[in-house]
Ligand binder design. Structure first.
Ligand code: ME8
Length: 669
């Protein structure tokens, strides 16, 4: 782990359209890295912003009859709002139309010119306005007809940057900095491209005027990428001589580490043009360009044309910001493409957050510590082999998760942290604290509770870069202050046992209340989706199909006698339940009252006619099969909220048990 200053940036987004979940993805990834670096005590700076010049924006403004400045002033704020909605802790947002930026772009231009790397010529070739990129004849030939029709043939006077002279210098630079571009596969593509030889780059345009004017060359505005890439240093006050701009010295100095998070679509600009400009100017290129993959919606590119543009706000409103952040970082391998789906957000929410982390917290703080330990952190006691094993897992997880974050692999870091969640939940199942309480084994109970609370404390630190609010929520319930990163202090967990016995815990509402099947349909309907989260059928389009299906149904074969349809079977929700307590029901010699953990916010009360066959204590800790969606009914004045399956003959009786340590609440099918 390094203590070097850390500078992380997102791409600056074009303001020709509204922000969507793809933009939020890059910004959240950068935020996780920034929050992680601060947690490790590093001086940290996080920059995001908007790209507001260029032909694409000028044309869009003209289309709407607005002048470009009014247009960008209206379109830029939503990008900052999305970064705020996603709880991103940026230190600065830059707009390329700000004077502080434009002045620095001109300064950089003058340096490149003074180095003799800029000359005046004539550009003759193709230009893609949507990508703001010059394209070769071969690239043009490979385009589909629709895209071809949008590409323009240009012939105009232009300044050129002598990129061709940077081929060897770039290859040398890549050689010296083997992790300059990540992932490695993409770096290989960049190197192959550069090895193929580079052509000089047209860096000014005369056919429109919405850009940074070229100093001393009337009628020329800079190519939008020269303007845009410079944001990474202009926001620090660079280019600047040592001592002129403190931020530039600190975060672009030899000591600092810079990471540009970008999408794979704009890697070429960042991995070739940007270091070439900087090498020309005598400025050290950034430490790393990290090109992540593409988020698709049902396998399709997000675009107005497909009507699948996903804005972040409704997702945040429905699931909560930390859940969306968690999902984005967990679902897609960083560097790979991944498909977004609302039903996958819910699946991860219910599975990993509600059943996993949330359940762990509820079981321990709300249930055991509050009810059995007067709400206070108990004494840790002498650890047995079981506690030592859990501590070893925590130490391994913390080390491995940190290494994954150091290497910008947020999804792998989360995967690791959830190993600790799983192990701690298993430890609770195995040590059965509710049974220890019942048997009055308070010392053992204290040891178990302390171990779980300490594991939760470690988790509250490690998840903080991903879910800052939930991390603070866990800490509040543990009776701890929120994390306050300080430069120079590494807060990553490494010492077991810092939780102070006697601390008052603060049991609160579940942090991740489970979304029950009944609520799911409503949640999905809010996104215009069907009850299972699939796109709702379009009644118009599907009308003939529906008719056909109806006809088919009429004709379908009757079920063989005594059989039920598969759907009817699925209607019965069978789930794994973990018995937490069992006691006789007053006035009945048959009934036991069971508290069964079904992975929900609180255990279910189930009455079972099994008293004659089981000692209540022998049932505690058993995993049984429960009918979870049976309508509740009253027996002996008590509500029974499910049914435990059992089999009996005249001389034998058994509840149905589950052998392996399957998580409570798992569906049986
Ligand atoms: O390219 N999946 O701006 P831009 C993942 N202004 N990431 C996505 C995405 C998706 N479906 N869609 C967009 C520009 N992104 C230039 C950048 S930087 C000096 C100038 C993210 O508005 C991803 O990071 O087209 C991608 O690279 C960026 O938004 C493109 O944003």
């Amino acid at each position: 782990m390094s203590s070097k200053p850390f500078y992380v940036t997102t791409p600056i987004y074009y303001v020709n359209d509204k922000p969507h979940i793809g933009h939020a993805y890059s910004t959240v990834a950068a935020d996780v890295l920034a929050r992680y670096a601060r947690l490790r005590g590093r001086p940290t700076r996080f920059l995001t912003g908007t790209d507001e010049h260029g032909q694409k924006i000028q044309e869009k403004a003209a289309e709407l009859g607005e002048d470009p400045q009014t247009f960008v002033d209206r379109m830029a704020p939503p990008f900052k709002e999305v970064a705020e909605q996603m709880d991103c802790s940026f230190d600065d947002t830059i707009r390329t139309t700000e004077p502080r930026h434009m002045e620095k772009v001109k300064e950089l231009w003058k340096i490149l010119e003074a180095k003799g790397d800029i000359y005046l010529g004539e550009y003759e070739g193709w230009y893609s306005v949507s990508d703001e990129a010059f394209i070769t004849d071969t690239e043009y030939e490979e385009l589909d007809e629709v895209t071809k029709s949008k590409v323009k043939r240009l012939s105009e006077p232009s300044y050129f940057f002598k990129l061709s002279e940077f081929t060897d210098r770039l290859l040398e630079f890549y050689e010296k900095h083997p992790t300059f571009v990540q992932p490695e596969g993409r770096f290989n593509e960049v190197k192959a491209f550069v090895k193929g030889g580079l052509r000089d780059l047209s860096v000014s345009r005369t056919s429109f005027d919405w850009g940074v004017p070229v100093p001393g060359a009337d009628g020329h505005v800079m190519f939008v990428w020269v303007d845009a890439l410079t944001n990474y240093i202009s926001a620090l006050g660079g280019p600047a001589k040592e001592g002129e701009a403190a931020l530039f010295d600190e975060f672009w100095g030899a000591d600092a580490q810079q990471v540009h998070i970008v999408g794979k679509d704009i890697l070429r600009f960042h991995a070739i043009y940007w270091p070439a400009f900087l090498l020309s100017a005598g400025i050290e290129p950034p430490t790393q360009v990290w090109a992540h993959g593409w988020l698709t919606i049902n396998g399709q590119k997000m675009s107005k044309r497909f009507g699948n543009f996903i804005p972040p706000k409704p997702l945040v409103d429905a699931f909560g910001v930390d859940v969306v952040r968690y999902y984005l970082m967990r679902e897609v391998g960083f560097g790979q493409d991944g498909d977004f789906a609302h039903k996958h957000v819910l699946a991860r929410y219910n599975g990993e957050l509600a059943n996993g982390l949330g359940n762990l917290l509820n079981r321990m703080v709300t249930s055991i510590v509050r009810k059995q330990l007067e709400g206070k952190v108990p004494e840790p006691g002498e650890p047995t082999e079981q506690e030592k094993a859990l501590l070893a897992t925590a130490e391994r997880v913390a080390k491995e998760a940190a290494a994954f974050l150091d290497n910008v692999q947020p999804h792998r870091a989360l995967e690791k942290m959830w190993e600790l969640v799983g192990e701690t939940n298993r430890y609770v199942d195995q040590t059965a604290p509710w049974a220890l309480a019942k048997e009055g084994k308070m010392e053992e109970l204290g040891r178990v509770a302390y171990t779980v609370l300490e594991s939760l404390r470690w988790l509250s630190v490690m998840i903080a870069p991903f879910m800052p609010t939930k991390a603070a929520g866990i800490r509040e319930q543990l009776g701890l202050e929120p994390i306050e990163p300080t430069v120079g202090t590494d807060l990553w967990p490494n010492a077991w046992g810092e939780l102070k016995p006697g601390t008052e815990t603060a049991p609160g509402d579940p942090l991740f209340p489970r979304v029950h099947p009944k609520e799911q349909a409503k949640l999905f309907a809010g996104f215009g989706l069907g009850p299972d989260g699939e796109p709702a059928p379009d009644p118009e389009a599907d009308a003939p199909k529906a008719k056909k299906a109806k006809k088919k149904k009429k004709k379908s074969e009757p079920l063989p006698e005594g059989c039920i349809a598969f759907d009817q079977f699925l209607a019965v929700e069978l789930k794994v339940g973990l018995i937490q307590s069992a006691e006789p029901v007053d006035g009945s010699d048959k009934l036991l009252k069971l508290a069964i953990d079904l992975g929900e916010d609180s255990p279910r009360q189930v009455l079972a006619g099994i008293r004659k066959h089981y000692e209540p204590d022998a049932l505690v800790g058993k995993r049984v099969v429960v009918v979870a969606n049976l309508a509740p009914r009253k027996i002996f004045g008590l509500e029974s909220q499910g049914m435990v399956l059992a089999a009996s003959t005249d001389d034998a009786f058994s509840v149905l048990t589950v052998e392996a340590e399957i998580t409570p609440g798992t569906r049986v099918s």
